[in-house]
Ligand binder design. Structure first.
Ligand code: MG
Length: 433
């Protein structure tokens, strides 16, 4: 039984993710843990799912500590004091979604083996119910946000920028504007009221969802705009001209400030070669797509930085959990001396094409075998996630979508991008026949 995806359990409320399932996750997790800290983003279904998980944990004899509505990085940081952390969130998904993500005390999400163990217990209904006088207890902890802020402040210097923060009514409302103000910034907030309906914008901090932020940065004459997703593990930015920075650009900018000569950097296979070209002395290791895989690899190779162009930035000096609040603090620190538009202008620009081709799930494996065969010998081939071929003047990635009946094609080139893309597209189309 597969319950966990690359970002925990996630789905539509009362359809895919139900109180029954949440109760079972609590009972399964409580078997091996003595204490669990639990938090949630402001989603409508969050509290319902939280109560069910708590009941399951307590029935199995696990003590539960509630921290209320917090960001995912706040919860992951709080987990350091307990046996595990539970976050009720569907991250950047729309409001009808809800989910459950489990955390280790070191700030790493549960890995595949840990997730499979929970799945197995649920499948076999292998639960243990405590005797009445051995039930877990429930308490609250009020200082989770304060602790997280203090940790970030201890790792940051002052900044006096004027910043517009768009929390998107997500959990970032509880911390990001307050932290930046305490760091010395002049803060203007947008959508800074918690609301699980996400009334102002889709929680994903993508270019198309941030029209209001781009406008506000220009109208207020701010130095920077910051946007986060529903649980604030992701952070994206808009420069002083109201221009949204692509994820690859953000990744290259952070990496330049985090990595030194000889550093290691971990990024997913679909990351732009902007990053390679911007960081000549850095060893860049590509992983499967998903922040959990990036974090696992970072820990293994002791990377100085890692991230995903989707907006997940991982700073191992503070945690292996992507932290959209620390990322915001780090960015205002970096920009204290130089504007974002100027820093961006130093990065190379390469044309990139991305598209999808419909393909039934049952045909994906065979198709990818064909693609691998046809692309062998065209360049340096990597099969970490799909097939990626690195050539002299660019690269192409053919990857089956994990969630939809589609094949994704990405191509990036220093020259002749159309030629490179259609070569890959033709191979996929031919293999589909
Ligand atoms: Mg998120």
């Amino acid at each position: 039984m597969k319950l966990f995806g690359s970002s925990g359990i996630r789905g539509i409320t009362n359809k895919d993710v139900t109180v029954d399932l949440a109760l079972q996750v609590g009972m399964a997790l409580g078997r091996s843990k003595k204490s669990a800290v639990i938090g949630r983003d402001p989603r409508v279904a969050g509290e319902m799912i939280e109560h069910a998980i708590i009941s399951g944990l307590v029935s199995a004899g696990c003590n539960v500590i509630r921290v209320g509505v917090v960001t995912t990085p706040t919860l992951a940081y709080t987990a350091r004091n307990y046996d595990c952390g539970v976050m009720v969130t569907a991250s950047h998904n729309p409001s009808e979604y809800v989910g459950i993500k489990l955390w280790n005390p070191d700030g790493m999400a549960f890995d595949s083996a840990q997730q499979e163990e929970i799945e197995k217990l649920i499948e076999k209904e292998d639960f243990v119910h405590s005797k009445w006088d051995m039930l877990g207890n429930i308490s609250t902890y009020e200082n989770a946000v304060r602790d997280h802020m203090d940790m970030i402040k201890a790792n940051s210097s002052k900044s006096t920028l004027k910043v517009v923060v768009d929390c998107g009514s997500g959990a970032g409302c509880t911390i990001t504007p307050f932290l930046l103000r305490e760091m010395g910034c002049e803060v203007i907030t947008l959508n800074a009221q918690l609301d699980g309906h996400f009334p102002a914008r889709n929680p994903e901090p993508s270019d198309k969802n941030l029209g209001l932020l781009k406008k506000a940065v220009k109208e207020f004459g701010a130095d920077l705009g910051i946007a986060q997703d529903g649980d604030a593990d992701r952070m994206m930015a808009v420069d002083e001209n109201g221009v949204f920075l692509a994820g690859d650009e953000m990744l290259a900018i952070f990496a330049r400030f985090e990595c030194k000569e000889g550093s290691k950097l971990s990024v997913p296979v679909d990351t732009s070669m902007i990053v390679d070209d911007a960081l000549p002395g850095t060893e860049i290791i590509r992983t499967r797509v998903g922040d959990v895989y990036v974090a696992e690899k970072m820990k293994e190779i002791k990377a100085d930085f890692g991230g995903e162009p989707s907006g997940s930035w991982i700073f191992p000096r503070i945690s292996y959990c992507p932290d959209g609040i620390y990322a915001a603090a780090r960015l205002v620190e970096i920009l204290q001396d130089k504007g974002l538009a100027a820093i961006r202008a130093e990065l190379p620009e390469y044309p990139t094409l991305r598209d999808t081709i419909a393909c039934e799930d049952s045909r994906k494996a065979k198709l990818m075998e064909e693609v691998r065969y046809k692309m062998a010998g065209m360049g340096e081939v990597s099969d970490i996630d799909g097939i990626r071929v690195e050539m002299e003047d660019g690269w192409v990635l053919v990857r089956p979508s994990g969630t939809e009946p589609k094949i994704r094609i990405t191509a990036q080139a220093r020259k002749n991008i159309e030629e490179l893309y259609s070569m890959a597209e033709n191979i996929v189309m031919e293999s589909l026949k």
